[in-house]
Write a protein that binds this ligand. Structure first.
Ligand code: ADP
Ligand code: MG
Length: 299
């Protein structure tokens, strides 16, 4: 079979249009009392084929909300999201999502069945072809030996690998990943970043990756969109093409971390941060620090 894990082979001919176009997207939640919470405000960006595009911003700023809207699970109150020029109006197999949670796998199915299931449910392939593609994708993430085991017997890193294999097996136009390694220990997280970059190197798929770790953003991404605290707005875009897993010790990398940190947390209006406000209640000061400390939890 011809490289079935390679979504990039299924690209339509190149056109001037971006693969994903997010235009002035605002997203809101409403509670039972109809109070509105604005999660993102007029966000715009474009993703080209084979980009490793990162959304980076503090916890709670609206990253997951934006990713869910791109996945088609919720609709913008204004603005538009287009994939290959077509408006996104619901979930679809061309936008597969990998989440942070370990329980995203079906516990009553084996590893192999977990990868096969969406291929059959989405009528993407007949059984024999689905089995062959699942085996190929599991081999690519180094899990062939565990194909017939159940998710509860796997480590966190192995579950993340199954989720990635399952998503890539569908050959999505874009792979959406929401802090997929955030719950892993530091060593496993690093290993997973390495594996993701290796898979990308082989297949050149298009990736939209959410993280709140500056280091992870610089390592994984070629472009990074910096988002403000909620409601998320675009602060800047950073080119991070030159960094990889070997970069974190370098002066250039440390400088990039500092620059991004400043762009994310300097108050653009000159307004003081909560810790600088003399009358801010202790809880507000704590929240300020919690935001920073939570954010600095790194790769
Ligand atoms: P991030 O992924 O950047 O940490 P989220 O997109 O999860 O942030 O959340 C953005 C804001 O929206 C937060 O204030 C969060 O509490 C709120 N929020 C998230 N999901 C819901 C929901 N289903 N209903 C109401 N508010 C939500
Ligand atoms: Mg989130």
């Amino acid at each position: 079979m011809d490289a079935p894990c390679h979504p990039s082979l299924h690209r339509p001919p190149d056109t001037a249009a971006p693969l994903l176009a997010v235009e002035s997207v605002s997203l809101e939640y409403r509670n039972a009392r109809q109070e509105v919470l604005r999660a993102t405000h007029e966000i715009s960006f474009e993703i080209a084929p084979a980009d490793r595009f990162v959304l980076l911003g503090p916890s709670g700023c609206g990253k997951s909300t934006l990713l869910k809207a791109i996945a088609g699970f919720l609709s913008p109150v204004s603005g538009s999201i287009r994939l290959d020029g077509r408006e996104v109006s619901g979930p679809g197999p061309e936008r597969m999502v990998v989440f942070q949670e370990f329980d995203q796998l079906l516990g009553w199915k084996t590893v192999r069945q977990n990868v096969i299931f969406p291929l059959l449910a989405g009528r993407k392939l007949k059984r024999r072809a689905a089995e062959a593609r699942a085996d190929e994708c599991l081999a690519k993430v180094g899990l062939s030996v565990f194909a017939n085991t159940y998710p509860h017997t796997l480590s966190g890193g192995m579950k993340a690998r199954v989720a990635i294999a399952r998503a890539l097996a569908m050959q999505p136009r874009i792979l959406l990943m929401d802090e997929p390694f955030a719950a892993l220990d530091a060593l496993t997280r690093r290993k997973m970043q390495e594996e993701l970059l290796r898979l990308w190197d082989e297949a050149r798929f298009t990736l939209l990756f959410v993280t709140h770790s500056i280091e992870e953003a610089l390592i994984v991404g070629n472009r990074i969109l910096l988002l403000s605290p909620r409601p998320a707005t675009v602060r800047a875009e950073v080119n991070s093409e030159r960094f990889d897993l070997s970069s974190p010790g370098s002066a250039d990398f440390q400088q990039a971390v500092q620059n991004i940190y400043r762009q994310l947390f300097d108050e653009p209006s000159g307004a003081p941060a909560p810790d600088d406000v003399p009358d801010a209640p202790p809880s507000a000061r704590r929240r300020g620090w919690a935001r920073v400390l939570g954010f600095m939890r790194t790769a």
